[in-house]
Design a protein around this ligand. Structure first.
Ligand code: 5AD
Ligand code: SF4
Length: 472
């Protein structure tokens, strides 16, 4: 199956891809074996970006180290989706003062969404920071660091410009992909939900060419990867030219990855309810052997009037209709979601609708947050902000309601046999893996099982972790 399109795909891969980056950076011996430590906050996109940073810096002869104490270069790859993580950057840099006093060659950089959002403000507020870079400037990181070392830290360097016109070509760069890894398919977001800073920190939405993603997955399979998670801020608004005057959408991409590669399992995140269409459900249903039955579908609020103020593009009813349809296509569907409580103007009745929706859909996992006003966003200007203590009460109440529900919901897994892809095994023989439902499962096993999908009978099912026994 793989060979039919091999040549087309090879021809389609961008000649400016990683091989040429590698040769550029290999000749740039700025690292001189210096230790680099990257501290990561936030979503999977950031985790993936950190891997990219390490890989690029390794090409330029830096040596990744495990602790900031061992490093000559510290990078904080930070998240700005809510306010708290931004504060964390300042306190983390503050903690490195002692290290800078001891090692005058130590350089500190801040990247990720915080770098993009705050730019020179970071350096003004925290002079220990030597350089700042944005989410579109990661591939330039070795050059940037080279400049930092050249100026011996006398000049502060800021590189946080969006590359609006450049196409999005990012081959996956992971040092040790292991059994399961992430593959970026799109970046940025054009949805402008009124609470969200991502369109400002990640820029306009851009999709990678379909052939590049397929090629990337094949390369990862050759490196031993068994499971990929296709990654984007809003994966199902993915769209690229199909070369015949039309477009490939996310359903087409998912199908191609399922049919044209030997990957064993496919997941994706994050999807948006407004773009979740029947074509996609169809592809999931047709390829259940590879595409996991787990979907993360943030609903944010159960109240249609709040959803409108959030600019989400769907109502409570539409969300519920889509869930019902998804369950028809994929009867064993497992769902998780994101929820915001205390969005401006949220009444008790609106919040009650959120609680009701959680109960109605029976999410096994929720990720819930108190609304946090973000720079540049519309909702930050709304005058009907909710007091912190109310947000706090609502969040705690939501977690309480969900926790009780989740304990009951996962009881159905007790004594079931799940297919677990084994990711690692510790010294005591405790194996860790994930089931197709995205459940973290522990059981006793041997090293040979790593990378294999094995049947495990569940003996204890808690909302966030399962224990089981390998079926012989
Ligand atoms: N305040 C609180 N939560 C937010 N999220 C995004 N922006 C905000 C904000 N300003 C949440 C949403 C999103 C998840 C990644 O973070 O629920 O789906
Ligand atoms: Fe933010 Fe909305 Fe885009 Fe998600 S879809 S990244 S919440 S703007």
């Amino acid at each position: 199956m793989q060979n039919n399109t091999e040549n087309n795909i090879l021809a389609a891969v961008d000649p400016t891809s990683i091989e040429s980056i590698k040769s550029d950076y290999n000749s740039l011996d700025i690292g001189l074996g210096r230790g680099v430590y990257v501290s990561t906050y936030g979503c999977q996109m950031n985790v993936n970006d950190t891997e990219r940073m390490y890989s690029l810096l390794e090409m330029a002869h830096f040596n990744p180290v495990q602790t900031p104490e061992e490093a000559d270069l510290i990078i904080i790859n930070a998240c700005s989706i809510r306010e708290k993580p931004v504060h964390k950057v300042y306190s983390e840099v503050g903690r490195y003062k002692k290290l800078k006093d001891k090692n005058p060659n130590l350089k500190i950089g801040v990247g990720g969404c915080v770098g993009q959002q705050e730019k020179e403000k970071l350096i003004k507020q925290q002079p220990l920071i030597d350089f700042v870079f944005g989410t579109d400037n990661i591939d330039n990181l070795p050059n940037l660091v080279s400049q930092v070392y050249e100026t011996k830290g006398k000049e502060k360097i800021i590189n946080a410009k969006f590359e609006h016109r450049a196409p999005y070509h990012v081959e996956t760069l992971v040092r040790n992909p292991g059994v399961s890894t992430f593959v970026n398919i799109a970046k940025g977001c054009d949805n402008f939900c009124t609470f969200c800073v991502v369109p400002y920190t990640r820029g306009r939405e851009k999709s990678r060419p379909l052939s590049h993603v397929v090629m990337d997955v094949r390369t990862l399979v050759q490196r031993g990867v068994k499971e990929v998670t296709l990654l984007g801020q809003n994966v199902n608004s993915y769209h690229t030219d199909n070369g015949a005057g039309g477009e490939y959408d996310f359903a087409d991409l998912l199908k191609k990855v399922a049919t044209d590669t030997d990957i064993e399992r496919i997941r994706y995140t994050t999807s948006h309810p407004k773009d979740f269409n029947e074509k996609l459900m169809h592809v999931m249903a047709d390829h259940q052997d590879k595409i996991c039955e787990y979907v993360h579908l943030p609903f944010q609020s159960g109240s249609s009037s709040i959803l409108e103020k959030m600019n989400r593009g769907y109502t409570r009813e539409i969300y519920l209709e889509k869930i019902a349809l998804m369950k028809k296509y994929i009867p064993n569907l497992v769902l998780s979601t994101d929820i915001i409580v205390g969005f401006p103007g949220e009444t008790e009745a609106d919040f009650q609708q959120t609680l009701d929706l959680v109960k109605e859909v029976q999410f096994e996992t929720i990720f819930a947050f108190m609304y946090s006003p973000r720079p540049f966003t519309k909702a930050a200007q709304f005058t009907d902000q909710i007091p912190e203590y109310v947000k706090n009460q609502r969040l705690n109440h939501l977690f309480e309601v969900h926790e009780k529900m989740a304990f009951e919901l996962v009881k159905k897994y007790q004594d079931q046999t799940l297919q677990v892809l084994v990711e690692s095994i510790n010294e005591q023989g405790k194996a860790q893996g994930r089931s197709t439902q995205n459940k973290l499962v522990y059981f006793m096993g041997t090293k040979e099982l790593i990378g294999k999908t094995v049947p495990v009978r569940i003996t204890q099912a808690f909302p966030s972790v399962f224990r089981g026994e390998l079926c012989q």
